[in-house]
Design a protein. Structure first.
Length: 137
């Protein structure tokens, strides 16, 4: 599960963008369960519901060795309790490069939100990969 969350979070790392303020009344035509997946995202047969244990200590859920296999020697980690959820960042030696993984409990659309951003050319990099522990990534 930790590899799935890390990869899903790493994919969301490239999901940059700007917000646009829109006025009006928000409406939904259907609850999330009936409109997902969307935008070409794969269906998730068994979604991960309980993330409390990982959220409690995100940085320790992924080993330093796994992070170093991606980007080199880790200099330090940093945590943040942002508006979209908890996150952990790994800063590599030497220099300004880093990897950030985050949990976004407010995102009720899951991978569909990333596929939607991709469809709108809102991602600088988008590369679906093979499933991880039975979960699409």
């Amino acid at each position: 599960m930790k590899r799935f969350l890390f990869l899903a979070a790493a994919i969301s790392l490239v999901a940059g963008g700007c917000g646009t303020q829109v006025t009006g009344t928000a409406t939904t035509s259907a609850p999330p369960s009936t409109r997902l997946p969307s935008d070409g995202a794969p269906a998730v047969a068994e979604p991960i519901i309980d993330t409390a244990a990982i959220e409690a200590d995100l940085c320790s859920d992924i080993s330093t060795a796994e992070i170093e296999a991606i980007g080199g020697k880790v200099k330090r980690t940093m945590t943040d309790d942002g508006a979209m959820g908890k996150s952990c960042g790994w800063i590599f030696e030497p220099g300004p490069s880093s990897v950030t993984a985050s949990l976004t409990p407010g995102n009720k659309d899951g991978l569909s939100s990333l596929y939607a951003k991709h469809a709108q050319s809102g991602l600088s990099t988008f590369k679906p990969i093979d499933s991880i522990e039975g979960h699409p990534a």
